[in-house]
Design a protein around this ligand. Structure first.
Ligand code: P53
Length: 473
């Protein structure tokens, strides 16, 4: 058997993309609540355009999402029916600390997540918690300017202390920041950062990144003090950069892009800033302010495992690059690969390459916490979705993941597909970009019954899990 006996199969969601109930039981307003669907979304999530309040012209999908806040029991029962061993979900910071800077947590928020955790345990599903998945209290944006401010490190410590204390003995796996490198592309959605006219964006960003890396290390320290059983992971939006050709300039450019991403994990896993990043900061005059104790905190509190999302590889040319808005990255077309309806290139072997690259670099247990196909689904006259395209995508990717274990010898803890139930897209805010095994009746503007129904892929994934990845047909 390729996968370990206790391999953790399951699915992953994020609070703002599925919960809804954006103002219930004391929840405060978050950056992600304010990201509308439609043309302005890109400018808002990247921090170029301010959206600090709801207006009448836009539709804000996170307000209600798929209403999982009220339907989590039904949804977890469906996950259990598929045989999930793990369910990855995130905590909305603003449910626990509505403003972010309070001294005491909101009991209703902790209780909600405790119920969710208990519901998982009812079915022997291991909860895997993302502490922050693009989620940031708006009060901290207004009063402190987001992660650029070092005070946020303290508030984050309050958040994790409340979480680790309350869920002690119930939760073993935590991730500190979802796709920490997304701050490079989508600074507002990723870190509550927006930029003023004339501000040095790279400098502000470098400082914010330092604070997040520090907060992540503190979280690891606090977790291990509160409960030595806890395993902390970092989380990277992965996907190797290929050079467009064997031209040395292209190869060099690809190396640079890869380093810009791996830099985060270099710090979180090795415990210190890599020389290439220190030099870059120094030479461009944007070295972040660091306190004396930071070096020790980073060094002594490295992560226990490394998690990442994988959707595609990217291709870089030294001659031209264009920012691919749907995928939030610089990339040129790879002529050897096909594309999804949203233009993401499909590269199952690239998954294997990426996993191997991360394993070679860090030599710590790996966890694939996102992978999947965003596609339009059309239910037939019986309301059934025959998503053979999704099954094909997942099959090809799981096959390659299997090779990394069976042929390449990687230590892999588990695999959670993105959006096992249809949810709101982070990149576009659309509902129609679906990833699920479970169909949710809702459109891009909030119309629909919110009823759940099983797609063809539901039974397929169930079989995959039951056979521990042996039966992929
Ligand atoms: P959507 C960009 C590039 C890679 C991963 O994305 C990304 C993004 C942001 O869109 O996000 C992750 O919904 C993220 C999830 C997100 C998922 O990928 O745009 O962790 O929140 O939903 C898929 O299709």
């Amino acid at each position: 058997m390729a996968f370990r006996k206790d391999f953790l199969w399951g699915g992953a969601t994020a609070a703002n993309q599925c919960e809804g109930a954006f103002d219930e039981n004391g929840k405060g307003l978050a950056n992600v609540d304010l990201c509308p669907v439609g043309d302005d979304r890109q400018a808002i999530i990247t921090g170029q355009k301010k959206m600090f309040d709801f207006d009448k012209e836009h539709f804000y999908p996170a307000k209600n999402s798929i209403d999982m806040y009220h339907r989590y029991k039904e949804d977890i029962a469906l996950f259990a029916e598929m045989g999930f061993k793990v369910y990855r979900f995130s905590i909305a910071w603003t449910r626990i600390f509505p403003n972010g800077d309070e001294s005491k947590p909101n009991e209703a928020g902790l209780k909600f997540y405790e119920n969710l955790i208990d519901e998982c345990h009812k079915y022997n599903i291991e909860p895997l918690i993302t502490i922050t998945h693009f989620d940031f209290p708006m009060h901290l944006v207004h009063e402190y300017g987001g992660w650029r401010n070092r005070k946020i490190v303290d508030f984050y410590q309050n958040l994790v202390t409340a979480i680790f204390t309350r869920f002690k003995g119930k939760v073993k796996y935590y991730l500190t920041f979802n796709e920490i490198n997304v701050i490079l592309a989508a600074s507002f959605m990723g870190a509550g950062l927006y930029f003023e006219e004339g501000e040095d964006i790279n400098k502000v960003r470098a400082q914010a990144i330092h604070h997040e890396l520090l907060a992540s290390a503190y979280a690891t320290k606090i977790a291990h003090e509160i409960d030595p059983e806890i395993k902390i992971g970092c989380m990277l939006a992965a996907g190797t950069y290929y050079p467009a050709t064997c031209k040395p300039e292209d190869v060099f450019a690809a190396q640079k892009y890869n380093r810009d991403n791996y830099f985060f994990v270099d710090v979180q896993s090795r415990g210190y800033y890599p020389s290439y990043k220190l030099k870059e900061y120094e030479l461009s005059g944007i070295m972040p302010e660091m306190h004396e104790e930071d070096e020790k905190i980073l060094r002594e509190n490295t992560v226990d495992f490394i998690s990442f999302s994988y959707y595609t590889t990217r291709t870089i040319s030294s001659d031209a690059s264009n920012f691919d808005e749907s995928n939030l990255v610089d990339t040129v077309d790879n002529p050897y690969l096909g594309k999804t309806e949203w233009g993401w290139q499909i590269d199952p072997l690239g998954f294997r390459t990426t996993i191997n690259e991360i394993w070679d670099r860090y030599q710590k247990p790996l966890f694939v916490v996102e992978n999947g196909l965003g596609a339009k689904d059309t239910p037939n006259e019986n309301g059934y979705v025959e998503d053979d395209y999704r099954i094909a995508y997942l099959r090809d990717h799981i096959k390659n993941m299997k090779d990394t274990v069976e042929v390449d010898g990687v230590d892999l803890l588990g695999y959670t597909t993105w959006g096992p139930i249809d949810l709101v897209s982070a990149g576009t805010g659309e509902m129609s970009k679906r990833y699920g095994f479970i169909y949710v009746d809702r459109d891009d503007y909030g119309n629909g019954s919110l009823d759940r129904s099983k797609k063809k892929s539901f039974d397929w994934y169930k079989k995959v899990i039951a056979s521990n990845g042996e039966d992929l047909d």
